[in-house]
Design a protein around this ligand. Structure first.
Ligand code: CAA
Length: 554
């Protein structure tokens, strides 16, 4: 019979535990909040007081309600105070031995029908369950950071979890105003399994100096509309937690893309754990602060545009939305703009001879793009900058132009995105990249710098995540709806991976993924077979009326 769980315990009052305590109490439940030392208990209480205080200050919580929320929480250092709890959530740090020890202690303290839930991000719930004397009443209840804000709870059942326990915990998630997605026990569950490969890759971009931390973060926020960039998000999650999650995922998958980037381990060793320690990829005003302060790695403002060439006359070649968008904003920014919509006509290109900067805004197959830049290379005045919006490789176009030092990539991941990836090849002159930066900034677009690798920043980070989601669907671990829900509700993504794939086009996703795989030879980047099959069958997404979902044909 269904049980209403009204008395709940939480063990561990770090960022997650304190957030979970707040969520439970705000839903009217009575909560026993346990920490190991008085000091840690006071810190945990402080988290709850600050967070509810902020809710009052923002008018989201009545002061009297806040008092009631705090009154419903009993803060204690005695495990024995959990003797009457119907459910206890453990939220201690992500270390297997520690979590196992806490669950064993709870097993000894709590009555036999108390449900023990673990908030592990990636450890095997099955292993943790069988270490207790009640494996049928152990379950995963995975909240997302910040717990009061993120709507997702992954309810993780093992092969031995009693169905009534799953039903009770799913009903509790509902009562908390969360969306519970019930899934099996697999490292990383849905959201972390899709998130952490992406986060790890972002770290390696910074580690190898392919791109700077601000550029990687801006690329994903402005290029994909994500609420935070990957490095800022890692600081929120905690670098130590991220390390543990990646280690666990690597142990299960043996996929090198999950092996924690060496920089992550170095940061853990150095105590740079993210917001909680006041320093991670960024430096914060203090421990637990979200306020970023300048540090010795913050790029000096304006450095990128020094030495740029003067630009007054701008040419744009192309008829698509990217060309129209760039031409429109260049006009508004006060440049003298010449637009050539027919890139094939040599006479038309002559009109661009006096331009200081010309953007070849295809898009087209590489050979068409090559023919265009070859023609432009012969027409433009010495010193003019030749930019291409091509997906690359930019160096092939640069070489074809006969003036490689003047060629730079200006990749616009999405015509509506306020972001431009400024791509330097091995041959691009520094002042040409600087000119492109200054031009983008004058257009009100945010320029980020990278070099000429497949997918630049945005596509290299976005498409493998989409591909992983297809693999997860193909493995029947979760439905497309649940995977989309996990990413939108757990990580604040504006759209889930299958919504993105249907909109971008499965054929486009497949082409990008093939390029990434061909360049890296990384087995984990091989296109998902299901993606290949759907494209072969013509199910390429919204434009075809069918992709991962049916769409009314346009
Ligand atoms: N506690 C309580 N409330 C908080 C909060 C916190 N720590 N941080 C933000 N909020 C609330 C704010 O009060 C605000 O509410 P109102 O709009 O009602 O006033 C709202 O959230 C938005 O906050 P802000 O305006 O301050 O900031 P923002 O718009 O930049 O949003 C964010 C902040 C919600 C964190 C947003 O950036 C976001 O969604 N980021 C993605 C977070 C994410 O991906 N989380 C999952 C990480 S993975 C994980 O947790 C699993 C794991 O196992 C590791």
């Amino acid at each position: 019979m269904a049980r209403e769980l009204t008395e709940i315990g939480v063990v561990g009052l770090g960022t997650m535990g304190a957030g979970i305590v707040e969520v439970l109490s705000r839903a009217g439940l009575s909560v026993t909040a346990v920490e190991i030392t008085d000091e840690a208990l006071q810190r945990g209480r402080g988290h709850v007081e600050t967070s509810t205080g902020r809710a009052v200050a923002r008018g989201r919580l009545d002061p009297a309600e806040r008092d009631a929320v705090l009154d419903r929480i009993r803060f204690t250092t005695r495990m024995a105070d959990l003797a009457t709890a119907a459910l206890v959530v453990e939220a201690v740090p992500e270390r297997r031995e520690l979590k196992a020890a806490v669950l064993t202690a709870l097993d000894e303290t709590c009555p036999p029908d108390t449900i023990l839930a673990t908030n592990t991000s990636s450890l095997s719930v099955t292993e943790l369950a069988v270490g207790t004397g009640r494996p049928g009443r152990v379950i995963g209840m995975h909240f997302f950071n910040p717990a009061p804000v993120m709507k997702l709870v992954e309810v993780v059942r093992t092969v031995v979890t009693e169905p009534s326990v799953v039903a009770d915990v799913a009903a509790l998630a509902d009562r908390l105003g969360k969306v519970g997605v019930t899934i099996g026990d697999k490292a990383g569950f849905i959201a972390n399994a899709l998130l952490f490969g992406y986060l790890n890759h972002a770290v390696s971009m910074v580690e190898t100096r392919y791109a700077g931390r601000e550029d990687v973060d801006a690329a994903m926020r402005l290029g994909c509309g994500l609420p935070m960039g990957p490095l800022a998000l890692l600081d929120l999650i905690g670098i130590d937690t991220a390390h543990e999650v990646l280690e666990t995922m690597y142990r299960e998958s043996r996929d090198r893309l999950h092996a924690p980037s060496p920089l992550i381990r170095q940061m853990v060793t150095a105590g740079m754990l993210g917001r909680k320690s006041g320093r991670g990829f960024y430096t914060y005003a203090g421990p637990h602060s979200g306020e970023v302060v300048p540090d010795d790695r913050t790029p000096a403002g304006g450095a990128a545009v020094s030495g740029s060439r003067p630009v007054r006359r701008v040419g744009v070649v192309g008829a698509g939305p990217t060309a129209a968008g760039l031409a429109g904003s260049a006009g508004e920014a006060g440049y003298e703009v010449t637009v050539v919509t027919d890139g094939g006509g040599a006479a038309a290109l002559e009109e661009l001879a006096a331009c200081d900067l010309v953007v070849a805004a295809g898009p087209g197959p590489l050979d068409t793009e090559q023919a265009l830049v070859t023609a432009l290379g012969g027409v433009l005045a010495p010193g003019a900058v030749l930019a291409t919006t091509s997906r690359g490789p930019v160096i092939e176009l640069a070489t074809a132009s006969g003036r490689a030092a003047d060629v730079v990539g200006l990749h616009v991941p999405h015509p509506a995105a306020p972001l431009v990836e400024v791509v330097s090849t091995v041959a691009t002159a520094p002042e040409v990249a600087a000119t492109a930066h200054a031009f983008c900034a004058a257009l009100g677009r945010h320029p980020v710098s990278c070099t000429d690798r497949a997918g630049f920043i945005v596509d290299a980070l976005l498409f493998p995540y989409l591909n992983d989601a297809v693999r997860m669907l193909q493995a029947r671990y979760a439905t497309a709806d649940d995977i989309d829900a996990a990413m939108t509700l757990g990580c604040g993504y504006p759209r889930g991976p299958f919504q993105v794939l249907d909109d971008v086009g499965l054929d486009v996703a497949l082409a990008v993924q093939r390029d990434l795989y061909a360049e890296s030879r990384e087995p984990g980047l091989a296109p998902a077979p299901l993606l290949e099959h759907l494209v072969t069958a013509g199910h390429v997404g919204r434009t075809a009326g069918r992709g991962f979902r049916d769409h009314p044909a346009r």
